[in-house]
Design a protein around this ligand. Structure first.
Ligand code: BT5
Length: 244
């Protein structure tokens, strides 16, 4: 599927690109497509969290037929997503250090720039990606401060970019990674580990906020699970926890 021509549907203000994409699955007849919205009134993150979605940023759901994704990389698809998003930004803005934060975030300068969710339906994987391009919304629920691609671009003297440009770059990078048969699960894990910001102080999420214990990312195992270092110098491997 390398070089798959982008098939991106542009929509205005929607509830969530995940729902818009779902409604389009049947008509897509097994071909890959994506939905790019200007803004969302019910943008969502993981575990019922809200994704604040004002106009000016990227709200994108990439719908990929499950059959076209090598079984080997399906378990690490959130990591593939983070790597594709980071590569997309860096293909447009050079000279700034963008990082990934396990399992599903893009960060710049210790602040959150974007995040992703993966859902599955009707033979498709729906990869939802939100990245702040122009607007850094205030973040409320104990989250990390937010930042934007254009803030980072300005910091390194590069021109502003648009959500449209970024969407095209994400499409390209995503299909490049999933089509490249030399990219094994091991390579995805190693590339993600190399792109992690290991200086971030992480906190486990709890149902009501965040756990006070400060953690640091150490390494990923072959399945992409993160081992963290605790203040008492012991290590623990996380399975499916999300971190602030
Ligand atoms: C994520 O969730 O980071 C996944 C976000 C995915 C959003 C995309 S937009 C296109 C598609 N359509 C949707 O409806 N969703 C996807 P999570 O790791 O759970 O992070 C959510 C937390 O991030 C919130 O609880 C806030 O703390 C913070 N947050 C919310 N909006 C933000 C923003 N615009 N920028 C930075 N942080 C934000």
């Amino acid at each position: 599927m390398s070089g798959v021509a982008p098939n991106i549907h542009h929509v205005g203000d929607v509830d969530s690109t995940m729902e818009v994409a779902r409604a389009m699955l049947a008509a897509a007849k097994g071909a890959p497509f994506a939905v790019l919205a200007e803004s969302q009134s019910k943008g969502r993150g993981t575990g019922g969290r809200v994704w604040t979605s004002p106009k000016g940023n990227l709200y994108f759901t990439l719908c990929i037929p499950e059959a076209s994704i090598r079984a080997e990389i399906v378990p690490v698809l959130p990591l593939v997503t983070g790597l594709a998003c980071r590569a997309a930004i860096m293909s447009i803005v050079s000279g700034a250090n963008f990082y990934v934060k396990w399992p599903n975030d893009i960060v710049y300068n210790g602040k959150k720039l974007g995040g992703s969710i993966v859902e599955s339906e009707g033979g498709y994987l729906l990869v939802g990606i939100g990245m702040n391009v122009e607007v850094a919304p205030p973040v409320t629920d104990n989250g990390r401060d937010s930042t934007t691609v254009n803030y980072a671009a300005a910091a390194v003297g590069q021109p502003n970019i648009t959500a449209l440009q970024l969407a095209g770059a994400v499409w390209k990078q995503y299909f490049e990674i999933i089509s490249d048969t030399t990219v094994s699960r091991k390579a995805v894990v190693e590339n993600f580990e190399a792109a992690m910001d290991k200086n971030l102080i992480l906190h486990r999420r709890t149902p009501t906020g965040r756990d006070p214990e400060p953690l640091r990312a150490v390494r990923l195992n072959e399945w992409g699970h993160l081992t963290v270092l605790k203040p008492d110098s012991t290590e623990e491997t996380l399975m499916a926890e999300y971190l602030f």
